[in-house]
Write a protein that binds this ligand. Structure first.
Ligand code: FAD
Length: 285
């Protein structure tokens, strides 16, 4: 099936307008459309109304504000990749954006659309989970904040309700923090076979906080929680990184598919987690 079913279209003139349209049933936000339109063509999504938010410039920003990196939901992948402040605070986002799709998709696809699509292979979901980011969800009664680690209910499902949209993502900036993202795909611009993101805060030689995100390998909420627990309080050295990576590989749930068998994906998780931790530690110091 290559033709979407009948759908109404409204271009939101303001945030208020968007939120009032979104309170109607069977309504979807249209951001970059790179995931939603193909899903509509395949009739995997059949909204009755599309609310186009591309005119809402107030949702397209990237800024450092009182110790937090704030990224508007309508910031494009290319904006995040080009953002100096994002790259300085969190190189993990530049690492990840460099390997998200191709330049054409990155010019139009949005950060908010990536998170809201809730595809288990979405690179930014794991990167934001590793960075312990917070999603700001806006409704007509105001904002509510949800940890990105609690944002996805499961594949293709988020906690956003009727009459709400994702407005921005906030990431706390901590001194002594380094981050990195490592991905293996079958060819340039493809989705991950597996990927790992690491965010380490190091005091002296000791890891005081660790965030580990995994992409496309069935990690609950995109997080390697057991490996994070292992790392906290340990010296930031090769032994700790290798063992944490083994733990991450043991606790994820990759599925065998056209991208490879389960044991190959676990092997990638171990290797990519070690590399991401090593690079994050180098950057922290
Ligand atoms: C060829 C191709 C290759 C790709 N490769 C990769 C890859 O390697 N890695 C990767 O991570 N991604 C990849 N992507 C995904 C892409 O990068 C986009 O992130 C993704 O398409 C979603 O962004 P979008 O703005 O296009 O969202 P849309 O398609 O507009 O929306 C996606 C979903 O999110 C909802 N939504 C969007 N914005 C909001 C909001 N602010 N509030 C509430 N709901 C919202 C929509 O209603 C819809 O349900 C690829 C896409 C394509 C087409």
């Amino acid at each position: 099936m290559q033709v979407p079913s009948h759908v109404e279209y409204e271009r939101a003139a303001s945030l208020e307008h968007a939120l009032s349209l979104l309170s109607r049933p069977e309504t979807r936000v249209l951001a970059g459309g790179h995931s939603l339109i193909p899903m509509m063509k395949l009739r995997l999504a059949q909204p009755e109304l599309l609310v186009d938010i591309n005119g809402l410039a107030e949702l397209a920003f990237i800024t450092l504000d009182r110790g937090q990196l704030r990224i508007g939901a309508l910031a494009r992948h290319a904006d995040l990749l080009e953002s100096k402040v994002a790259g300085e605070c969190f190189p993990i986002f530049h690492d990840a954006e460099r390997v998200v799709a191709d330049p054409i998709v990155r010019l139009w696809g949005t950060v908010g659309g990536s998170l809201c699509q809730a595809d288990p292979s979405e690179d930014l979901s794991a990167a934001f989970a590793a960075a312990r980011a917070t999603a700001v969800i806006r409704g007509r009664d105001g904002d509510r904040e949800v940890a990105v680690r609690d944002f996805h209910r499961g594949p293709y499902e988020t906690v956003i309700g009727r009459g709400e949209l994702l407005a921005e993502i906030r990431v706390p900036v901590r001194p002594g923090t380094g981050s990195a993202y490592e991905k293996v795909s079958r060819r340039v611009g493809d989705w991950s076979i597996a990927a790992a993101g690491a965010v380490l805060t190091i005091k002296g030689q000791t890891i005081s906080e660790a965030g580990l995100g995994l992409t496309a390998v069935g990690a609950e909420h995109f997080v390697a929680a057991e490996a994070e627990d292992y790392l906290r309080g340990r010296p930031a050295d090769e032994d700790a990184f290798t063992r944490a990576a083994e733990i991450a590989a043991e606790h994820c749930h990759p599925a065998a598919d056209q991208r490879g068998p389960e044991d190959f994906k676990r092997h990638l998780v171990a290797e990519l987690t070690t590399r991401a931790l090593r690079r994050a530690a180098e950057r922290a110091t």
